[in-house]
Design a protein around this ligand. Structure first.
Ligand code: GLC
Length: 560
């Protein structure tokens, strides 16, 4: 276990509040972050070699997407061993070295915990297949006989990646047999969380990583981890889409038993000290979401209502208000996020006519995209996000202003969504293209010269490398860095409540709020410039302005 040295004792990591209440967590999509060994896939050595970028950027923690051994049917979210590192990424010794190196730089490390499902190659699932119907091995998962004499799936549940959520197996004697449940890809069978053996095994897995020094876990697909008894039909008609943000009373999503699992893990996390549990919970509205952060459950949860919101002042304000109002009674801080490895990058979204997001990235919509407009808005968005009360999640590459890569050739697409949708939905690969670090040609420092990244990088990214942006004070990287460092220094951004500035209420396209008496954030989402006189001294602006805040620009002001 390694010990943690906070970046700036006495500020966010000081005695005032637990670190996670206002931490900025940077999502590392491991296979696309940095490639240390030149095989085209990001790895732990690569990540370690780039930790200074993250420390310099000014984030407080990294969340690393699954690093476990995996056949990669879903980019590592199909785990075949929860206590090891995939050889493509490194070894357990590399993980220990990474934890130590991150902690030395004041960075905490959160790892992904994929507990709703395993890989079909996990020994538990192999044993279940071999043991046959009625066995304790099968009872770890949801194996059921089919309907219509076994020919039809046991119920009408659907998979997040398209199609039905059941696959029929061939029994050890060679005959077509039972069906197993997978709310995601067929290579990701769901575990039955009512099973005490499943519960006990994951207690051990959590202890294993906490003892090694990880500072928290991000609970993947948390609302999936309980199913209604008897597995009744959900009433999904033909062509139903997996749209969990709209579901109410669904038998396979956001079922109450989920909260028992979280309570169990919270006790375990508390027993290890200052550890974080953050859930990924795409559920129907803030009331349902707030249930995940009751005082004895997760510490925080991702805020998908914010991520899904369009670039529209009244909508964003309503989401902020509803989020704060519903989480506050539980004493839980909000989190704010605009991009992830599952969504179309927001530079691209914000440059389209339809600026909201469809879950699980639809790839190219064929709509014209104004990337200059998208980038201007994304730069404004980061000042908005970093000024809101609570924690923030940044997705790798957003600090470089990377757009979605919408024209990946079909033959390189790897997201299961592509095949599962009958090659109609391209899926999430466009936000997962390996990062450009330096140089003028691919692999742009992602790996050693001559290596070939697992997804091709656009030639135009030469202008967007971290190296190219570092020296440019007007770059997106410089803006993120300045904002993060300012945020760290301004105590009110960690403590003070948000107060809307009501004398601007007549301008619904303007978001104006204070954090304490001396800090103001203004975001202009309207088409008209906003005069800045009387608002205070400009600390940081997302774009140029001359006494006025241009459309799609944000500013932080000091009023002291
Ligand atoms: C979460 C992950 C996503 C993955 C899915 C299944 O939504 O963020 O990438 O495909 O869970 O594990």
């Amino acid at each position: 276990m390694t010990s943690f040295q906070p970046a700036e004792p006495g500020t966010i990591d000081g005695a005032r509040a637990p670190w996670w209440r206002s931490a900025v967590v940077y999502e590392v999509y491991l296979r696309s972050f940095a490639d240390g060994d030149g095989d085209g896939v990001g790895d732990l050595a690569g990540l370690r070699s780039r930790l200074d970028h993250l420390a310099d950027l000014g984030v407080d923690a990294v969340w690393i997407t699954p690093w476990y051994p995996s056949p990669m049917a879903d980019g590592g979210y199909d785990v075949s061993d929860y206590r090891d590192i995939d050889p493509r990424y490194g070894t357990l010794a590399d993980a220990d070295a990474l934890l130590a190196a991150a902690h030395d730089r004041g960075l905490r490390v959160v790892v992904d915990l994929v507990a709703n499902h395993t890989s079909v190659e996990h020994p538990w699932f192999r044993a279940a297949l071999a043991a046959g119907p009625g066995s304790p091995e099968r009872a770890r998962y949801f194996f059921r006989d089919g309907r219509d004499g076994g020919e039809s799936p046991p119920n009408d549940w659907i998979s997040a990646f398209g199609g039905r959520a059941w696959t029929r197996v061939t029994e050890p004697d060679g005959r077509p047999g039972q069906w197993y449940l997978h709310l995601f890809a067929p290579q990701q069978p769901d575990l039955d969380w009512e099973n005490p053996q499943v519960q006990a095994d994951f207690d051990d897995i959590l202890r294993f990583w906490f003892d090694r020094g990880v500072d928290g876990v991000r609970v993947d697909a948390a609302p999936a981890m309980a199913k209604e008894a008897g597995l009744p039909d959900a009433g999904h008609g033909p062509g139903a889409v997996f749209d969990s943000a709209r579901w109410v009373g669904n038998p396979h999503w956001d079922v109450d038993g989920v909260h028992e699992v979280l309570r169990r893990w919270r006790r375990l996390a508390d027993a290890h000290g200052d550890r974080l549990i953050v859930t990924e919970s795409v559920v129907n509205g803030p009331e349902r979401l707030a249930r995940y952060v009751r005082p004895d459950e997760a510490h925080t949860t991702f805020n998908f209502d914010y991520l899904h919101a369009p670039w529209d002042g009244p909508t964003l304000r309503a989401v902020v208000d509803a989020t704060l109002a519903t989480l506050e009674p539980h004493g839980a801080p909000a989190t704010w996020v605009f991009s992830s490895h599952d969504e179309t990058r927001h530079v691209t979204r914000f440059g389209r006519a339809e600026t909201g997001v469809a879950l699980m990235g639809t790839g190219s919509t064929g709509e014209p995209t104004d990337l200059a407009l998208g980038l201007r808005r994304a730069r404004a968005a980061v000042l908005l996000t970093l000024a809101l009360p609570g924690g923030v999640y940044l997705y790798q590459g957003e600090e470089l202003g990377l757009p979605e890569v919408e024209d990946l050739p079909e033959e390189v697409l790897q997201d299961p969504t592509w095949e599962r949708s009958g090659r109609t939905v391209r899926g999430r690969d466009g936000c997962r293209v390996p990062l450009p670090w330096s140089g003028t040609r691919p692999p742009f420092g992602f790996g050693p010269d001559g290596s070939v990244p697992w997804l091709p990088q656009p030639a135009t990214w030469a202008a967007l490398t971290a190296e190219a942006q570092r020296a440019d004070p007007g770059s997106t990287l410089s803006l993120y860095r300045s904002a993060l460092h300012l945020r760290r220094r301004r105590a009110e951004l960690h403590e003070a409540p948000l107060t809307w500035v009501d004398d601007l209420a007549g301008r619904p396209g303007v978001l104006a709020f204070d954090r304490g008496p001396a800090f103001r954030c203004l975001v202009n989402l309207s088409a008209e410039p906003l005069p800045l006189a009387g608002h205070g001294r400009v600390l940081l602006a997302s774009g140029p302005g001359d006494g006025a805040l241009a459309p799609d620009t944000a500013v932080w002001l000091d009023r002291g």
